[in-house]
Write a protein that binds this ligand. Structure first.
Ligand code: UDP
Length: 187
């Protein structure tokens, strides 16, 4: 389908992303499941976003299977939720500043409380629910806080379009779309 996936183990991916964060490099990660791939066939803007992202990870057994069939095997499935938990672990350990954007407010607040419990020392710089009319106060917050990681759970394609729209205004940070992961973390 013309999408270039990162071919790495989860350990390797985590290492690469931490290295980029440590160097203050901006990153935009898309965790692409088969649904996202199918959708990108009919939305040219979204497809362009996938092509311009720093990296696209294979988030689904179907994509791993397709790689095998095409003779271009990928090392490992790199699922959004797994990566989210890895990044929370790394953030607590290394003191990265994180920001959460998305989900219903009560869900998000529960997710953050659970994250702080599970990952003691986690530095949550800020958060905003995913139901807003105006981007500007969130964008201003992010520009001011300069988080190391911005977790965006607005569902696809909204989250990738939102990141793509505002990425150039940001100085640094790893931006990653995580779908319903905050709901998952909220339990
Ligand atoms: N969401 C949001 N703002 C919106 C639409 C959705 O914050 O305008 C959130 C929603 O509350 C849920 C997530 O985005 O937390 C979407 O989850 P879903 O599992 O549908 O997304 P997918 O994983 O399929 O991308």
């Amino acid at each position: 389908m013309g999408i270039h996936f990162i071919n790495a183990t989860m350990d390797e991916l985590q290492m690469v992303l931490e290295d980029r964060i440590d160097r203050g490099e901006k990153s935009f990660v898309v965790t692409a499941n088969p649904e996202i791939l199918m959708y990108s066939e009919k939305d040219q803007e979204y497809r362009g976003i996938l092509e311009s992202a720093t990296m696209v990870t294979p988030d689904g057994a179907g994509i791993i299977l397709a790689g095998k069939i095409l003779g271009k095997p990928l090392k490992e499935r790199l699922a959004g939720y797994d990566l989210f938990l890895r990044l929370l672990t790394a953030s607590a350990k290394k003191g990265y500043k994180v920001y959460f954007l998305g989900a219903q407010r009560d869900v998000l607040e529960t997710a953050i409380a659970n994250a702080k419990n599970e990952y003691p020392g986690l530095n949550v710089a800020g958060y905003h629910d995913g139901y807003f009319q105006d981007d500007s106060s969130i964008v201003n917050d992010l520009k001011k806080l300069k988080p190391d990681i911005v977790f965006v759970g607005l569902g696809f394609p909204k989250q990738e379009k939102w990141i793509n729209l505002h990425l150039s205004e940001m100085e640094k940070g790893l931006f990653i779309g995580l779908g319903g992961s905050f709901d998952g973390l909220a339990g």
